[in-house]
Design a protein. Structure first.
Length: 199
């Protein structure tokens, strides 16, 4: 019979989404919960080294094998797949829902200043948001929140992992500064012809 750590490693490896401790314990009912937790902790330590090409990450309420972000450029050469891209309106809407949830469509549209029905439909289809219920106000509008797929896509353990507004401001200021640094100096068309004259 294989060791518990080996079995836990195999289960997480073949799963197509993050596996929670509760799910592992349900699958491994013949083992004590503390033993499953210990096996998981040992695997996290084993796969936690910086030199590893695979890490055991805690995302979306479970555990999943992932590749380190620093290897992304090399992995793209192999997979040739495009990274998930979102329109500006989808990102704005997703950010509002992530930070303000539970939130209604009217609240989203008030903050964005435009109709968001089509964007909400797309995000629902991609399973990045879900309907949490209805708000107890006249008209009973639907309220929206993010899903486990949202956490998984963005590599978040939970919503506490979202950057703070201060971190976002600092990041945008750094990005703006770096973009300005990269801009070449404009050279006027006549600059070279005026200098040497050629008379």
């Amino acid at each position: 019979m294989p060791g518990l750590k080996s079995v836990v490693e195999s289960l997480i490896f073949v799963a197509d989404s993050p596996v929670s401790l509760d799910r592992l314990c349900a699958l491994l009912e013949e083992f004590d919960r503390n033993d499953v937790r210990d096996a998981l902790a040992a695997l996290r330590e084993e796969y936690g080294g910086e030199e590893r090409g695979v890490v055991l990450a805690e995302v979306a309420g479970g555990f999943q094998f992932r590749t380190p972000a620093k290897n992304a450029d090399y992995l793209r050469r192999l997979t040739r797949t495009r990274t998930a891209k979102f329109s500006q309106s989808a990102l704005e809407t997703l950010a509002i829902i992530a930070y303000r949830q539970p939130v209604t469509r009217a609240e989203i549209e008030y903050l964005r200043g435009v109709d968001s029905g089509g964007v909400l439909k797309t995000l629902l289809e991609k399973k990045l948001i879900k309907i949490l219920g209805k708000k107890d106000i006249p008209g009973k509008p639907l309220i929206y929140g993010t899903t486990k797929e949202f956490l998984e896509l963005f590599g978040l353990k939970d919503l506490k992992g979202l950057p703070t507004l201060k971190e976002i401001r600092e990041l945008s200021e750094t990005t703006r500064f770096e973009q300005q640094e990269e801009l070449p100096l404009a050279v006027s068309a006549g600059a070279d012809s005026d200098g040497d004259g050629g008379d």
